[in-house]
Design a protein around this ligand. Sequence first.
Ligand code: SF4
Length: 497
Amino acid sequence: MELNIFNTGSKFIEAKELVKEVYLADERPWVVGFSGGKDSTAVVQLVFQALSELDSSSLSKKVYVISSDTQVETPLIINKITRTLGRIQSRALELGLPIETQKVRPKVEQTFWASIIGKGYPTPRQKFRWCTDRLKIDPANRFIIDKVDQFGEVIMLLGVRDSESSTRAAVMQSHTIEGKKLMRHSTLRNAFVFAPIRAFNLDDVWEFLLQYESPWGDDNNELLQLYQDSSSECPLVVDKEVKESAGSCGNSRFGCWTCTVVNEDKALSGFINSGVDWLRPLYEFRNFLVEIREDRTQRQKHRMNGEVYLTSNLDGISDIESHPKIYKSEIKQYIENNNINLATVEDLDVIVIDDDGSNKRFGVGPFTLNAREEILRRLLRTQKAVRKLHDPNIELITIEELKAIRKYWHDDLQWEDRLPQIVKDETGEDFDWQHDDRPVFKEDQLTDLETLCQEEGVNLSLLKQLISVEKDYSGVKVRRGLFQSFDKTLKQDFLHL
Ligand code: SF4
């Protein structure tokens, strides 16, 4: 990378002075988002340098440096972040700086695996990037809200820069207040945003990092090395509007190893190409996550709320003429005539002609329970492979996540309670599963129920949902709402097109 050696240090000195000025201006604590990438490293380094130059008597307010651990971070990167946080903490203690480091994690019910394997969320893509909210923004926001409760107001420090994109510059401009130094947080009340390297361009960031030694003893040349093959990072974004303007995310080594937002993986392939061979099973598993998302037979034929919808995405259909065609108004009749159960059908091989004459097909929703089981099995096999190749203690999924997934499956009417057996099959481990959510029916009873439903022409899936509703209300004194819940279940879209 070429550096602009004529860039005077004055920009850096100005930024450092600004950091001092904003720090001294009030008592509101700071929260710095640190992703381990170049921009946030520059911010923490700048803060470190500025605070070290202040008189110790004025260092009264806290600076929290937080990093997100999505629990699916690329292993080498999360280890690096953990080490760096440790170094920042001990150096700050040595120098008497009021810096405190902390990792923030998603709630167990909201992790990547709980969302995908538990709830069936399709693996994220650019148009449905649910992951940044669940894995990064929500945990960071919980931390901030906690500090707001404690201190009244907080200031977030972000490594965002105007030069990253004109959209982002415009978003930041529209939020700027207080003599142009702070921005209002777009969603959190009593939180403000300070972007000390806002005026830096890319060359400035690298020049700053390479010109000034890391105060906690990291080698910033190593950081530069990490960027050789990747252009961006998935930062610890803590402002939704700034996130929306951030463009692509995931095309980087600083993101989740499971990231399916970009087609071409950068998080793992760069390391594998430079010889870190034990990451290969992770790479293959990540590619499997992309494939299974595109396989319509692995997806439910309705959204999570039961809604059936049409889509103009006809990817994978090469010869439209060879598929049966129906008009939108004929859908209900077609389903009835062909005895199609949308809760169980593999795929509906039919083109629907919409009211405007365009060709559509049925859209797909969450992963089916079978697909989720398959993802879990493959993940556990991947974990086994990496344990053998590299680290016998590595954990790709935690027992707490497995318990959360088991509960989600149960809520999704998988009463056979197959998860403990899958875990045992794949890992040989028999955990102490708590039996507080024991299956409603035993396996043989379920088979009887299935046979009965077939004989009587009753939809098994619907019956299970109704029993589940009843179970939710059992033991409750006031059963008001039970009939509304029955009604809601019976009126689901996929049964009443
Ligand atoms: S790296 Fe990819 S999967 Fe992870 S939060 Fe960012 S966009 Fe989502």
